[in-house]
Structures are given as C-alpha cells and as structure tokens.
Design a protein around this ligand. Structure first.
Ligand SMILES: [Zn+2]
Length: 153
C-alpha cells in the first residue's frame, strides 16, 4: 500500500475523554448518543445510531502541519476505542460520502475530488503523484467535517 490513513492523535482522544474539553482549545466538549453515522475519528468506524455514545469537540486538523489552523467539529466514541492502524482504506468509510483534499505547503488546497469508492487505491496514488501534494485530508462531502488524514506510506 502506498498510503496510510491516520486518525486523530490518541493523546487528543484521551485528553477529551478525561477532561470533556477540546485539548487544543479548552472549549467544552459535548457527549450524547449517536444520531448519525459519525464516524469516530479515532477508530474510524461508523457509530451505531441511537446506541453508541459519542463526544463532540473542536479539533484543529492542521496542528503541526500548517501555521494556519483549521478548527472544526469532530466526533469520537465516548468510551476508549482502538485507533485505526490498518493497511489501506478503513472499511467503514468506503460507503460514506467523502472528499479527498490534497494539500501542499502551508495547507494550500491543491486538489479536491469526490472519493471514487471503487478505485480508492489508484485515486490516492494519483493524488500523491501530483506536484506539491504533501498530505490528503478525508472530509465528509455533506457535513464538510474533517474525517482523517492520509499520508504517503
Ligand atoms: Zn471509536
């Protein structure tokens, strides 16, 4: 595999569960029962609606990547879960409406395109072969929220 899907850092997830505040902002976090599919930004699995408990908090997906932050709302499971560490694309994400966004230096947006669910590996290989692309963000194509980052393997 030529890429690695990277969930939010485990210390961020641990911090918000322990303090119920967004670790990067200190804004209060919010917990309730899942009303949507999520997904959880740590394990990258979709929520079981009306069953899984989730925490909503503000997350800057550009920390350590760009001097310009990009804060936005994300969900994680309220209870500890295992950070995604698989090869390839997380199975639970394939069916979701998603965008790939390829970023260059200083988080300049270079490429944005809908995820081609039948050709994800080839699509990511092509995006990473584009001039200047340093990493790719996965975003929800409807809600707009950050889902996960993709790095070259
Ligand atoms: Zn989870």
């Amino acid at each position: 595999m030529s890429y690695k899907v990277v969930p939010i850092p485990s210390e961020i997830a641990r911090g918000v569960r322990e303090t119920m505040r967004a670790p990067q902002y200190q804004h209060p976090a919010f917990a309730d029962v899942a009303k949507g599919y999520g997904p959880c930004r740590q394990c990258l699995k979709t929520f079981v609606r009306d069953a899984d408990e989730r925490i909503l908090f503000t997350y800057n997906s550009f920390e350590n990547l760009s001097p310009l932050p990009l804060p936005g709302p994300v969900f994680i499971h309220k209870n500890e879960c295992r950070a995604y560490d698989g090869d390839g694309f997380p199975p639970d994400l394939v069916a979701l409406p998603l965008l790939f966004e390829g970023f260059g230096r200083d988080s300049e947006l270079l490429i944005r395109e809908p995820v081609e669910k039948d050709a994800i590996d080839a699509q990511l290989a092509r995006i990473f072969a584009s001039a200047g692309v340093r990493y790719v963000n996965i975003r929800n194509a409807e809600a707009g929220c950050f889902v996960a980052r993709v790095d070259r393997a």
